[in-house]
Write a protein that binds this ligand. Sequence first.
Ligand code: DGY
Length: 425
Amino acid sequence: MSQALIDQARKVMEGNDRGSYTVPTHGLYPFQWNWDSALSALGFSHFDMDRAWVEIETLMAHQWDDGMVPHIVFHEPDDGYFPGPEVWQTGRPVPTTGITQPAVAGFALRKLYDRAEDKAVARARLTKLLPKVHAWHQWFYRDRDPENTGLVAIIHPWESGRDNSVDWDEGLDAVPIEGVAPFTRRDTTHANPDHRPSDEQYKCYIWLVEHFRGLGWDNPKLHDASPFRLVDPGFNGILTRSCDDVADLADVLGNLSIASEARAMATKGREALESLWNPALGQYTCYNRVTGRLQDTPSVGGLLAAVADVPHARAEALARRIGLLAERCGYLVPSHDPANDAFDSQRYWRGPTWLIVNYMIAEGLARSGQTEMAKRIHANSLHLIEKSGFAEYYDPISGEPCGGSSFTWTAAMVIEILKNLKVAA
Ligand code: DGY
């Protein structure tokens, strides 16, 4: 059974492969997305190691001079997606967006290097990639943490990757949508509108893009100029973990300056995460940097911080919290607590379960000794695939498939989970 699933997953990935990058899925997402790509590389690494490196090399080839790595690279024109390059107007030779996404590339590189059989080839590729990934992390702490707190803010919900999470509702109230240019959404022609963000949210998304475009995509200015500045524990957890992974890889390469800088960033980031602990909920929650308030929204962002080698007691509490969520749904890990009024079982990041998030939470919990919960999350993930195929995300109550289908990173995670289970067995 598991080999059959791996074969199917590989077919999905190959169907979305455009040679040097993969699209998340045909139609809905026709370009290269940042964190999709880095996580998809993990799937490739089990059957084509060269292709896995190429995926990240292509992404990093489009890094901006200041270190920022954009959230979409528009390799080929495709008018089936909105907002395309004509809206972003970032002036790049190959058009890109002007915002970023969760920094999973460092995390993925570490796994690629560890798995590589030919370490000489892997070292050569790493030697070129590692300084770029480190520069991206430096950019984060420079331009998205101007007060040097150890926590970076996102300035657009799309940066989080969790576009319409309940976490952003309060922050988006501060985004004035008057004057936003009229537009036609394309996503709702490819996917069920009930599974997607609302029109009101889209107006905020586009207002923010127009606002930053008006500031010439001048990164040092954007943080303070944004009416939306949210500190996401999951986003920061991923960044912290990637800094750790970059530090370890820099040790392998003998690059002492990157190693010590990256380790210092990780240590500071991990300590600062503690300020996002929400004792009433028993998980981390988002901090609204505009209002100066720790939010009470019980989303998966606060559980995703498990990837950051958090203190033992925190990992234990997160596993407990996920156990509680398991009593409220059939398929872990829901992107929002089903007991909360704002939960919506099929609407994108307001309830559905996502395999990439499951994978990262389980990976972090297992490293922190919470192996039973990690196994449970893996088992739930595989049940979803067996029941509903390689969807973009799933209804956590019924297990129904939602959003796009034949999804690259879902397939990559299936390969990753099954291959890792085999190794562990
Ligand atoms: C979309 O277009 O839905 C993406 O999530 C933005 O990155």
